[in-house]
Design a protein around this ligand. Sequence first.
Ligand SMILES: Cc1cc2nc3c(=O)[nH]c(=O)nc-3n(C[C@H](O)[C@H](O)[C@H](O)COP(=O)(O)O)c2cc1C
Length: 176
Amino acid sequence: MMSTPPTADGSGPLDAHRFKESMARVTGPVAIVTAVHDGAPHGTTVSSLASLSMSPAMITVALDNGSALLAIVRETGAFGVNVLSARQHEAAMRFASRRDDRFAGVAWEFADGLPRLTGSSAWLRCAVSAEIPGGDHTLLLGTVRDCSTSDATPLVYSRRTFGTHAALPELTGAAS
Ligand SMILES: Cc1cc2nc3c(=O)[nH]c(=O)nc-3n(C[C@H](O)[C@H](O)[C@H](O)COP(=O)(O)O)c2cc1C
């Protein structure tokens, strides 16, 4: 049973720890968003990827206002989304780190001018349609120009742990 009353009604400060713990229970995708700066690839791990619109095809990604990737995408107006596979959890950590050589030792190629990682579950090439400020993050609205998929099992992130999706045995095949 939920024992804690809501605190986000303006009557008092929201408990930051409780908010983090609540959102840690939202299982999300893991993607590496890429862009190009002075001819060099840049990539950042995100779990904020979400589908937005079918017609036109649009997605959203929320980036920290201090993100180096956000600064690049603001200049170029384009980004790639590599939806990671369950085999790419090390890349997820690498592209979440502060290191400058995130692409070293990682298989990738330029796809229509944007860095595409080999072995991803899906690939989307996007043009920035809008930026919406949201607290300490910025929501990027991207119109999808091109996309493709592979059979690789997707990586998911839940309670600060990487995993993958598994259908409930009694429902296998029911959702397809
Ligand atoms: C699983 C996971 C999900 C993340 N999701 C996001 C996200 O949605 N938005 C964001 O700005 N940072 C996210 N981060 C943190 C960034 O990857 C990290 O701060 C990165 O170093 C930022 O790089 P940049 O400054 O080069 O853009 C996530 C990290 C991890 C491990």
